[in-house]
Design a protein around this ligand. Structure first.
Ligand code: MF3
Ligand code: CO
Ligand code: CO
Length: 268
């Protein structure tokens, strides 16, 4: 008999040192796919076509899409353009010059989940959008810097919120990061705002995502009648970056690093 996996009082699963390898493999595939679609993000391209390429790449790798069939979702990615905050459904609409978009891919490799998203631009990036993307990327990185045993989940949210709001941008409250591992979404909810020292204490072996959504305007969102697409209520531009991480003895490992070092959208 194998014993029950270890969990904290908050229901957060603690994984073994040997489980990191499985997460690295899944995370690397998701990240590689996000690298490989960069050339497809051009004006005139449809988000539906980008999604079809992503689905084919997941298949080719012998992996599974975590999102196809998830609560009735039908696509291998979420593609969220401009004021879409998250869960944008790929479709026939063509990208226009200057559009910014988040592509979010989750794959399952040998039962392990790799979940990552990043920002892209079709054509020429304007300065307001560039600043939003930079600050959002940096917000994620500030959150990741707060990941180490003994810190709390509130410390992660606090790091993200104080940085983003200090740049006069706002943090979306309606969606959060999540535990993952052998499941897609598990405890805890990883909030991207909060007070230092609050929430569950981080322990070695916790696996979760950090995926801040940052808006140029107000933080409120609403979900469209398709029941998925979340947009900013004030129609302001929104950006998001997501990594899957695992807590180590003195910090964390990022499972979803870009193999070609292309996570950041200005690409050098
Ligand atoms: N990948 C998303 C996340 O970061 C979840 C997408 S669920 C879907 O948690 F069904 F919308 F694809
Ligand atoms: Co996620
Ligand atoms: Co995701």
């Amino acid at each position: 008999m194998i014993g029950k996996p270890r969990q904290t009082r908050d229901g957060i699963r603690i994984y073994d040192a040997s489980d990191f390898a499985g997460m690295h493999k899944a995370g690397a595939l998701a990240a590689r796919i996000l690298d490989e679609v960069i050339p497809l993000v051009v004006p005139g391209q449809t988000t539906g076509e980008i999604d079809r390429v992503i689905e084919a790449k997941v298949d080719e790798a012998g992996a599974k899409s975590a999102t196809i069939g998830y609560r009735g979702y039908k696509h291998a990615s979420c593609i969220s353009v401009n004021h879409v905050v998250c869960h944008g459904i790929p479709g026939d609409k063509k990208l226009k010059d200057g559009d910014i978009l988040n592509i979010d891919v989750t794959v399952i490799v040998d039962g392990w989940y790799g979940d990552t998203s990043r920002m892209y631009v079709a054509g020429k990036l304007n300065r307001r959008a560039e600043r939003l993307i930079q600050i959002t990327h940096e917000s994620l990185m500030k959150g990741i810097e707060a990941v180490k045993p003994g810190n709390t989940f509130g410390d992660i949210g606090h790091a993200i919120q104080t940085f983003a709001e200090g740049q006069r941008m706002s943090v979306v409250r309606d969606f959060c990061g999540h535990g993952l591992g052998r499941v897609f979404h598990s405890p805890p909810n990883v909030l991207h705002y909060g007070r230092a020292g609050t929430g569950a204490v981080l322990e070695e072996g916790m696996f979760f995502t950090i995926e801040p959504m940052i808006n140029l305007g107000r933080p409120e969102t609403k979900v469209l009648s398709d029941d998925w697409t979340a947009v900013t209520r004030d129609k302001s531009l929104s950006a998001q970056f997501e990594h899957s991480v695992g807590v180590t003895a003195n910090g964390c490992e990022i499972f979803t690093l870009s193999p070609a070092d292309k996570f950041h959208p200005t690409y050098g």
